[in-house]
Design a protein around this ligand. Structure first.
Ligand SMILES: NC(=O)c1ccc[n+]([C@@H]2O[C@H](COP(=O)([O-])OP(=O)(O)OC[C@H]3O[C@@H](n4cnc5c(N)ncnc54)[C@H](O)[C@@H]3O)[C@@H](O)[C@H]2O)c1
Length: 400
């Protein structure tokens, strides 16, 4: 059954999703709220949405709204998602699910009690490399997986300064120091999006920032954080381990590929770098780069992108890769801007399908917790000089 949705936060990322929600055949109305009303007005005008709502509280009270989609700053998600669920709304939430184990546990409990749909919008779950690895796992081609690696490599100088200025206003340096391991899902989500296991223990190592520009400065940081690059090693219940990197000061072309993955099994392995990907067996290496490469479906000059700054447009044009099951995407979405290696269309379609059918999406509350909690614990390990810590697990979705 079609449903209505309220977007919470009309900043930079909501622009990518407003047209997709508006055109999805299972979504019958899209409203917007932002604490800066002019941003909500702009989003409605640019994308022809149904209207603005004064505040998040008003949106929760509004019986026209069936679901909310949270596009607010990354440290704000947990409490907003919980309040929305408790108000009877389905929730789509950008990453991360939360920044404390308690707020994540409360969301899992709320979903279990209410039966509402919760989905975390993890783009790496639909990253072509993750999709390829997931297909190979399903076919048993790896043998037993025992080790993997996931990187989310996004240098501060490649867009993050401007993004944090827009996001944080005059006080932006307080929030630009957001700890890398509290944004762990683009790396963990690609590993555990293919390897069906969960983390039991974590160790984290951080690199103190040396730029000296007052961003990663504990005296300024609202997160008391001076770490800009961090690495975590996780033990998993299936036996084995994986390592993730969350780098924010790194000489690397993240506009070419910012999330990258490697998986090692007893029979085969898969490895992806910035511009290539390989499938390995004992016999040799097969170049599978073409299978995981997205083809742009829009030109950067397409009128649909006119409201986006020219230098940001490349992020909105990625289409699908051959490994993507593009046939399942409703035709109304297929020609719209996409992004993050083809993931945006799948995110919106999985959420819409789950809400309309009363089911749990692939990255449901339980899976989202497994993508997020290990990073929170690894960050704690960094702060405790690399202490090896237990990672709590909330289990898997009922029936999965
Ligand atoms: N690959 C990815 O999955 C990916 C990529 C980019 C951004 N994101 C996530 O998307 C989210 C949004 O990112 P962004 O760059 O658009 O942030 P942003 O700071 O540009 O926008 C956030 C907006 O939310 C509004 N807001 C904050 N609290 C609110 C509230 N209580 N009620 C209503 N409005 C509120 C702010 O005024 C702001 O306009 C972030 O959490 C980020 O982590 C994910």
């Amino acid at each position: 059954m079609p449903f209505t949705i309220g977007l919470v936060g009309a900043g930079q990322f909501a622009d990518s999703f407003a047209p997709l929600f508006r055109r999805h055949p299972l979504v019958s109305g899209v409203w917007v709220t932002d604490t800066i009303p002019a941003r909500a007005d702009r989003l409605v005008a640019v994308h022809g949405l149904d209207g603005t709502i004064r505040s998040f509280d008003d949106m929760l009270d509004d019986c026209r709204i069936d679901a909310v989609a949270i596009f607010t700053q990354r440290w704000t998600h947990g409490p907003l998602a919980l309040r929305a669920l408790r108000a009877g709304k389905h929730v789509y939430c950008t990453v991360p699910m939360g920044i404390t184990v308690d707020e994540i546990g409360a969301i899992v409990q709320a979903v279990a009690e209410t039966g509402l749909t919760y989905m975390m919008g993890e783009t790496s779950y639909y990253n072509p490399a993750t999709v390829l690895a997931r297909d190979k796992v399903a076919a048993g081609a790896f043998g037993d997986l025992f080790y993997a690696e996931g990187d989310y490599i996004h240098d501060m100088d490649l867009g993050f300064y401007d993004a944090y200025r827009f996001s944080g206003g005059e006080d932006w340096k307080r929030t630009a120091s957001y700890p890398p391991l509290l944004y762990p899902t683009h790396s963990i989500g690609g590993v555990l999006g293919a390897w069906d296991t969960h983390v039991t223990k974590a160790v984290g190592v951080g690199v103190r920032d040396t730029r000296g520009d007052g961003v990663f400065d504990r005296a300024v940081s609202m997160f008391d954080n001076d770490v800009s690059n961090a690495t975590a090693l996780f033990e998993v219940a299936a036996g084995g381990s994986f390592r993730t990197n969350e780098f924010r000061r790194v000489g690397y072309p993240s506009h070419i590929r910012e999330s990258r993955f490697r998986y090692f099994g007893t029979e085969a392995s898969f490895e992806q770098v910035a511009t290539a990907a390989f499938w390995y067996t004992r016999e040799g290496a097969q170049d599978v780069s073409a299978q995981v490469r997205t083809t742009a479906t829009l030109d950067v000059d397409d009128p649909q992108l006119a409201h986006i700054a020219p230098e940001l447009r490349p992020a909105f044009v990625s289409g699908y890769a051959p490994v993507h099951d593009r046939a399942r995407i409703p035709p109304a979405l297929a020609t719209l801007p996409n992004g993050h290696e083809g993931s945006h269309h799948f995110l919106v379609d999985d959420f819409a399908t789950a809400v309309a059918s009363g089911t749990h999406p692939p990255v449901n509350a339980w899976k989202a917790a497994r993508f997020t909690v290990p990073g929170i614990i690894a960050h704690e390990s960094v702060r405790r000089d690399g202490e090896r810590l237990d990672v709590p697990d909330f289990g898997s979705a009922p029936g999965s």
